[in-house]
Write a protein of this length. Sequence first.
Length: 394
Amino acid sequence: MEEAGQSREEISAQTPSSCPNRVRRKCSLSGTAGLTGREGQVARGSRDDSSPQEPYHLLKNMTSKSRWKLLAMLALVLVVMVLYSISREDRYIELFYFPIPEKKEPCFQGEAERKASKLFGNYSRDQPIFLRLKDYFWVKTPSAYELPYGTKGSEDLLLRVLAITSYSIPESIQSLKCRRCVVVGNGHRLRNSSLGDVINKYDVVIRLNNAPVTGYESDVGSKTTMRLFYPESAHFNPKVENNPDTLLVLVAFKAMDFHWIETILSDKKRVRKGFWKQPPLIWDVNPKQIRILNPFFMEIAADKLLSLPMQQPRKVKQKPTTGLLAITLALHLCDLVHIAGFGYPDTHNKKQTIHYYEQITLKSMAGSGHNVSQEALAIKRMLEIGAVKNLTYF
């Protein structure tokens, strides 16, 4: 009865004295196990001041304002890390990105020509985009350079090719007051870009080599106005990746390229030698769709953009890529020029693929005669002066 009559104060006073310091908390909790109600809750929540606090207790005791400050600091650190990783992707060039506008950008006639004059000087737009039969049959215009910068020495072969092809620009493009163009590169940056619908809205869509469309429409679109190619880069079935009215524009790097297109269109004996890669021997195409690009554009791309000499040793032969050539052509043809899918991975990134449709890396460019770092600087300059704008980051 005396134990039952003990007060709570007496029980509390007895408990600590019977416990060693190192197990006092455990004993304290066991000593209060019989208490119920508010007193038991207080006892269970009590702790010795000398025991360390756990991290969740710190968060629990933080004010709402302090927690928000901590979250804001973590978010800032995350943003800085993301921006740093992006900036490191291409060390030799800055980041240029043109966000897709909700509305069409205003198009002003002659705007691209005016801005391009800063790059190329006062070059004339009187130069035809495609080679014409009359310039070789009637006038026999002399050329100062051999292919790929001129037609010197290839006139007779070219004459036969021009007799079975055409040079006209479709009326649907010719009649436009202001031509909106996009040059679609083959870079890996188009992968998962969702630019397909945007690309399809341009008046002129220029594509390169054998870059596929089928299966990639959501990223690269489905419209193709022109496709620049050379024999080794020709798709074996041109009808698969192009529209029925697509112009197939031959970029001739050597005389054998003219010979190849002549044998294809005239169904003559095929040429098997003189190419670094075997081009198609059967090529189902309408001759009316074929155009021969004026080497003038190769000349000014090499001279004005890359500062390459026109006369080079045969074993060196540096030359612009088809992509840079296509941009040069667009600046001549169009009033507004946008680009997408340009830019190569950093030279130290040996595993990054260079195309959106295949797994080859920058290693495949070795021995190609293309200086991708120099071309990157040329495109950077175009972006800086506003001659072109970018739909993907560069």
